[in-house]
Design a protein around this ligand. Structure first.
Ligand code: MN
Length: 194
């Protein structure tokens, strides 16, 4: 039987401190993501989705009214796997040239990204995407993601409360600052622009 497995984190669960605690990673990667993977594997048994690659599951289920749960879990598996690749120890810092140019300046990019991330109401994700070769900021609600909209994901930040509440409580702007200044894996982001 086809079954998605969970990739281990590329860093130790204490290595992002103090910007993201080991407890947050143990819950976020070890419990939340693990649950999405288990749910998805359980939901696709005996369906047309059973043997599909994850991208195809997301794509097809996004327009299937009978597969809302499959979409939500598949998209969350993708979103989290992508998010955990977007962060690393000693990350953040100087905005890459490619992104500064696309937004006019590093400051403009940071300002637009922060506005989008703080302004997203409820649970969701903030993305950098490629839309016909153009770099854009996009926000999605709940599990929704660029893959479902035929856009190429380049970077993402999880702004569901479970991503930051243990470390920052209601201070989402502080979590966004920590992501940009100390966590984001620009090398991975640049790879995705190619
Ligand atoms: Mn999450």
């Amino acid at each position: 039987m086809f079954s998605l497995t969970q990739f281990p984190l590329q860093f130790s669960d204490t290595s992002l401190m103090p910007y993201m605690s080991d407890t947050t990673l143990q819950y976020h990667h070890g419990k939340h993501l693990a649950a999405y993977i288990k749910n998805l594997n359980d939901l696709i048994v005996g369906t047309e989705y059973e043997a599909m690659p994850l991208y195809e599951i997301i794509h097809k289920s996004s327009t299937d009214p009978n597969a809302v749960k499959i979409f939500n879990n598949a998209a969350q598996v993708f979103n989290h796997d992508f998010f955990f690749k977007c962060i690393k120890p000693n990350g953040g810092g100087k905005v890459p040239e490619e992104i500064s140019i696309a937004f006019g300046s590093a400051e403009k990019f940071i300002s637009e990204f922060k506005t989008a991330a703080t302004g997203l109401f409820g649970s969701g994700w903030v993305w950098l995407v490629l839309d016909n070769g153009k770099i854009k900021i996009m926000t999605t609600a709940n599990a929704d993601n660029p893959v479902a909209h035929n856009l190429v994901p380049v970077m993402t930040l999880d702004v569901w409360e479970h991503a930051y509440y243990l470390d920052y409580q209601n201070r989402r702007p502080d979590f966004i600052d920590a992501f940009l200044n100390n966590l984001v894996n620009w090398d991975f982001v640049i790879e995705n622009l190619k």
